[in-house]
Design a binder for this molecule. Structure first.
Ligand code: ADP
Ligand code: MG
Length: 253
């Protein structure tokens, strides 16, 4: 598959859930390249989840177009695991639904549970796991469909800070190993600067700015220029003068 075909491309997308239309995503255009770590940030209700659903194909645009690679994996804030299935069965279920044959389902399940360090928890039920472990099952399940793109909707919001740090490390490691395109929805500036190549700042359904984060990896809050990038993002998100369009490089992707 060429790089072009692997891109996520939203062109002039508008989305309303009701008639007459009330647009919750407005004139939204964005192109995300293969292998990119893209973060979508903005206040609650600004349309982030809707954009993710449009990318996933769970929702259709009211107008405009969305192009996506064929296989999408999704990670949810609420984990969305099936409580009556074991860890292994949860992951296997997704792989089977994606159309893989039994042997392949087994090998995918094994390899992705290993990737999230849960190979010894295969026979447990979701209720027997910590929040962090549950979300790692969510990650393994999303990966088990062998997606081109991993979409994550505030996947760490329900976890305590130490757990979040571990999961950040897990996600970055998985991104490095698998080279997947990742689109992460977040409302944490720090998380966005730690993880993303580019950050899209949303407000009232619009994509206000796309900013490049030019920090070498591995990143940390203590690294040189981390504070500068945080201030740049915050200024942009709050629409203050320091974040005006002049000072932000609008990146073409
Ligand atoms: P965010 O993820 O940024 O918090 P959402 O995309 O979930 O925002 O929601 C954006 C707006 O769309 C909100 O006003 C929300 O109430 C509305 N909305 C979301 N989903 C639906 C739906 N299924 N039906 C009607 N309105 C919806
Ligand atoms: Mg949301």
């Amino acid at each position: 598959m060429t790089d072009e075909a692997d891109r996520i491309v939203l062109a002039n997308v508008n989305k309303s859930y009701v008639t007459p239309p009330v647009y919750v995503v407005r004139n939204f255009s964005l192109s995300i390249r293969r292998g990119e770590f893209f973060c979508l940030i903005g206040p609650s209700g600004c349309g982030k989840s809707t954009v993710l659903k449009l990318i996933a194909g769970i929702e259709a645009p009211t107008s405009g177009s969305v192009r996506r690679p064929p296989r999408i994996g999704m990670v949810f804030q609420s984990y969305a695991l099936l409580p009556w299935l074991t860890v292994e069965a949860n992951v296997a279920f997704a792989a089977r639904m994606a159309g893989f044959a039994n042997e392949k389902v087994k090998s995918l399940t094994r390899s992705y549970l290993k990737m999230v360090h849960l190979e010894h928890f295969a026979d447990r039920y979701p209720r027997e796991l910590s929040g962090g472990q549950r979300q790692r099952v969510g990650l393994a399940r999303a990966l088990s469909v062998e997606p081109d793109v991993l979409l994550m909707d505030e996947p760490f919001s329900a976890l305590d800070p130490l757990m979040v740090e571990e999961l950040h490390a897990d996600v970055l490691r998985i991104w490095n190993v698998t080279k997947k395109t990742i689109v992460l929805v977040s409302h944490h500036f720090e998380e966005a600067v730690l993880l993303a190549d580019r950050i899209g700042v949303m407000r009232d359904g619009r994509l206000e700015e796309v900013i490049d984060i030019d920090l070498p990896r591995p990143r940390s809050e203590n690294q040189e220029n981390f504070g500068r990038e945080m201030r740049r993002l915050k200024a942009c998100a709050s629409g203050t003068a320091a974040g005006s369009r002049k000072t932000l490089r609008k990146s073409a992707g």
